[in-house]
Design a protein around this ligand. Structure first.
Ligand SMILES: Cc1cc2nc3c(=O)[nH]c(=O)nc-3n(C[C@H](O)[C@H](O)[C@H](O)COP(=O)(O)OP(=O)(O)OC[C@H]3O[C@@H](n4cnc5c(N)ncnc54)[C@H](O)[C@@H]3O)c2cc1C
Ligand code: FES
Length: 290
């Protein structure tokens, strides 16, 4: 398997027009999170780092009020089948939309729009001479790293995985990784290293081979900012899958604008959500993270 060339900043990925209907095919608990799968009969296979805008057919909007707008979800895995593409999502219930999507019945209908946004790039595209990957996930941000790890390994690219969680209730998704070679950290010490996942990254970045790998990270804004500055200080290239409040997901509302390091702004839904560390001023975006 090879990894398709990812578009650069300003080059946009076209998504299929309009919304489609999908059927929920699975819903199971994964630690403190839930994994649900949906069969997308007519959509293309997504790339790692892309996301979908999702809404449930029932219990959404209408007379019941919130949630009204669709909610953004990273694709955590995707598998082509004879009937369409099976999409896996990891969800943490933090409000009305995510709570509704954490409890879909098998067979229930979802409205989906996507795949949207700029995906992760292969290590050699992130920086010349880089051949491996270090994946750093925090909390619900582990979702896009699961599909990315699988695609990297299928392309023969070595990937080391570091995942961190706040505590037992705010952890999960390990079932998506299907491997034991993951280094874990937790702030409460319930699993792995007691402390931040960035402590584990600091150790790897001190190694002589650090510049031969690109870092890919997704997680809370403060974690991403730590990753961004650690990589910048050590001259290691990184890509960050970021979050911002997204009302539309396709460039119309400007709710997801974030400052560029070169001045001006990008809309994270069409120019991200994956950004190079050097492209942005900060990951600490107002209204993002929970
Ligand atoms: C590109 C992208 C990918 C995402 N992938 C996932 C995923 O795979 N799994 C998952 O569970 N969640 C994911 N999220 C976050 C998810 O979209 C939000 O948690 C959700 O929109 C909250 O909706 P709600 O109705 O449940 O809660 P709301 O009432 O809308 O918000 C509840 C809390 O979440 C915060 N919040 C709202 N929107 C966001 C946001 N976009 N980013 C961070 N915090 C937010 C609010 O500040 C508030 O504290 C992603 C967001 C983006 C932008
Ligand atoms: S979410 Fe509307 S412009 Fe990005």
């Amino acid at each position: 398997m090879t990894i398709d060339r990812a578009p650069r900043l300003g080059q946009r990925v076209l998504a299929p027009f309009g919304r489609r209907r999908c059927e929920v095919s699975r819903n199971l608990s994964s630690g403190g999170y839930r994994i649900f799968s949906a069969l997308d009969r007519d959509g293309p296979e997504p790339s790692a780092g892309q996301f979908y805008m999702l809404a449930a057919d029932s219990g959404w909007g209408g007379d019941q009020g919130r949630p009204y707008l669709a909610r953004a979800f990273s694709v955590a895995d995707a598998e082509p089948t004879d009937d369409g593409v099976r999409l896996d999502f990891l969800v943490q219930a933090v409000g009305p939309g995510t709570s509704r999507l954490a409890e879909p019945e098998v067979g229930e209908g979802l409205s989906i729009h996507g795949p949207l946004g700029r995906p992760f790039s292969a290590p050699k595209e992130v920086s010349d001479g880089v051949a491996g990957a270090i994946l750093v996930g925090g909390g619900i941000g582990v979702a896009p790293l699961a599909i990315w790890r699988r695609q990297l390994l299928a392309a023969g690219i070595p990937a080391r995985v570091l995942l961190g969680f706040r505590d037992r209730a705010n952890s999960g998704g390990l079932d998506l990784f299907d491997c034991s070679e993951i280094r874990l950290a937790s702030e409460d010490g319930h699993t792995g290293h007691r402390g931040y996942v960035t402590d584990l990254l600091a150790v790897l970045l001190e190694g002589d081979d650090a510049p031969s790998a690109a870092v890919y990270a997704c997680g809370p804004p403060a974690m991403l900012e730590a990753v961004r500055t650690m990589c910048a200080d050590r001259g290691v290239a990184c890509e960050l899958a970021m979050e911002a409040p997204m009302a539309c997901g396709f460039g119309a509302c400007f709710g997801c604008a974030i400052p560029l390091s070169s001045g001006g702004y990008m809309r994270l839904c069409v120019d991200g959500p994956v950004v190079r560390g050097s492209e942005i001023e900060t990951t600490l975006v107002r209204g993002s993270g929970h």
